[in-house]
Design a protein around this ligand. Sequence first.
Ligand code: TC6
Ligand code: FAD
Length: 667
Amino acid sequence: MAEHNVCVELVRERQKCTFEVQELIHLIDGGITATEERREVENVVCTDPRIKDVVPEEYLSHKERYENAIRKNCILQEILKKYTEKRTWDNFRPSNKYRISSGVVKDISPFMLHTGMFIPTLVNQSDDEQKAKWVPKAMSMEIIGTYAQTELGHGSFIRGLETTATYDPNTEEFVLNTPNLTSYKWWPGGLAHTANHCIVVAQLYSKGQHYGVHPFFVQIRDIETHVPLPGIKVGEIGPKLGFQTANNGFLGFENFRIPRRNMLMKNAQVLKDGTYIKSKNDKLTYGTMVFVRVIILFDLAFELSRAATIAVRYSAVRHQSQLKANEPELQIIDYVTQQHKLFIGVSTSHVFRVVGLWLWNTYVKVNADIGKGNMDQLPELHALACCLKAVCSRDAAARVEEFRLACGGHGFMTSSNLPIINGIVSASITYEGEFSVLMLQTARFLMKAWNGVLARKTLTPTVSYLSKFSNSDRVQWANTTAGIISGFQAAAAGKTKEAYAAIQSYLKPGTDYEDAWNSASVQLVSASEAHCRAILCEISWSEMQRLSKTVSPNLGKVLLELAELYLTYWSLEKRGDLLMYTTISTADIAKLQARYEELLALIRPNAVGIVDGFDIRDEILNSTLGAYDGRVYERLMEEAKKSPLNAEPVNESFHKYIKPLMLKAKL
Ligand SMILES: CCC/C=C/C(=O)SCCNC(=O)CCNC(=O)[C@H](O)C(C)(C)COP(=O)([O-])OP(=O)([O-])OC[C@H]1O[C@@H](n2cnc3c(N)ncnc32)[C@H](O)[C@@H]1OP(=O)([O-])[O-]
Ligand SMILES: Cc1cc2nc3c(=O)[nH]c(=O)nc-3n(C[C@H](O)[C@H](O)[C@H](O)COP(=O)(O)OP(=O)(O)OC[C@H]3O[C@@H](n4cnc5c(N)ncnc54)[C@H](O)[C@@H]3O)c2cc1C
């Protein structure tokens, strides 16, 4: 980046920085080589002239926008081939390399579900023979797929799906049907006009018996002509709050036949004669969702880092109002209320990344155990993935909205990119398991764990703290990071105990457990949230502490400040809980508040350096407000001039409508 074009405010901010930004970049990427590899890919893609839009995508019609997204994503796939030649799914791990997609289209890629869910499902749910047949074709994009589970009538309640796959032993085929309107698949990304294959989750019937939902590999369009195959009704579901280029679709089947071996058979099988062989655990069918819930934490960390970069750089460039008479207007980043809006979002991005890595490692370990036939840790992984996905997506959406508000009016401009990021992040609260639904899954686990506490059993690692805080005494508070973590655990234990007690109190004679559960469900969600916050605080603090020891003292100090800010911010937010479940006093809270303000001041001089550490190229930020050089006003005007309305000084609607209206007014 040419430093001479950079605005004076950002030059000054960068001079103030107390740590080596490159070191932070390498830490986030996972090493120097990873940074170099990522930058190489980004450089090749972002400098390809075919990728640059002449007309910004938001001015295109819905149809043009999709076509443009497809054109550019095909170029991306072509370029990426060179870099992913040696890649097999076995060596997959979350990486910053994949964020290049945001440098190609501002909104979501129509191929997102192909890589994000179609391939992972083929890899994790097919038997070896199926894998060998399908995975290479999917990896090379010889076939393009999606994941079709949700229907018009059911999304959360998977057992309620209505699409049927009925086995016909005479032809050794499954017959797929969507018997009514509500059984139409609805939502899958890329399903409408992009994919020629999909994983269809359908109710399995064989020999007159119903065996629940199972995944099937289904070709829906002709490979050559792309025309939907006979018996397939497919189309697009229309514009949404975001995800405009994701090509979400609907899909119906009318006696559509697929070979028996198109049922994904790693876990359960249907033999030629229709005999059903049960899976070791029927929840393994839900495996792709667990995988994606884990990966979502990295996506959220990335989207937060984009929004943070935009809002922090803009706040350093923007001047507004005088703090003291006769003095220049302040950079808005110097208002402490602005720092309060910004820095927690910056720190949250780091927290999600490090907790995401911890969750990923847990996922890999549990999956390896499952491979050896040991399912013991699956419930704990499921409970963790559910609450972390739910809480982190909701927090990320709140932080992105705060970043948008922190940019005042300009944050409302599409050209700031904050509205598009907002759409992307808010969708994640709903997809892959809706917030409350997932929180209640974790609550189920917590209720079982509380039964374990009462029976004095040894609990699994992530809930073992419940035993420690099982009595009614308020926990001794200490104004230290260890004290804060312990306070959050005490709150989680207290809320778990109360939700458990609430269920018991609703369980009067004649009341079903399910009704009592429903009556207590607000408290159950609250217990899940508290449990999740305890995990976020404990894991992020221990991980950031560990990382701080692997870097230079200057960077280590910054990492710890960010981690402590996160803990302190949430202690203040949740002071009510802490007052209920610990001995925290108003004087302790005042000390926390003072420390929080101290941390804002400590982070302030490094704020621009810290977001530079996310190392997000301008083409990936896509923002008039957040570019590296800080030329905010020039960019806003340049982008405004691209409005098609500015192509002519007088729009024809004046002569057609406004002038006649004015003339009529004269009469
Ligand atoms: C880019 C955008 C892409 C988006 C894509 C999508 O959105 S794709 C679409 C994404 N769609 C969604 O995400 C839909 C969200 N909905 C769901 O995932 C499920 O319907 C459900 C989990 C809510 C309920 O399922 P259910 O009615 O079958 O279950 P139940 O409540 O009766 O519990 C029975 C037992 O099973 C356990 N268990 C459950 N799941 C798992 C698991 N994954 N692993 C392990 N275990 C699991 C549970 O803990 C319980 O154990 P317990 O306590 O008895 O020991
Ligand atoms: C942008 C986007 C992309 C998507 N992509 C895909 C895709 O590629 N493939 C795919 O298959 N699906 C996809 N989906 C669908 C998505 O997975 C579902 O929308 C999601 O799982 C929620 O289900 P639902 O829409 O049926 O909501 P509902 O379940 O109808 O939720 C409505 C309300 O009911 C409440 N509710 C429901 N059940 C319970 C309960 N048991 N207890 C308490 N409250 C409850 C919810 O909390 C919510 O407040 C996508 C959705 C979006 C928004």
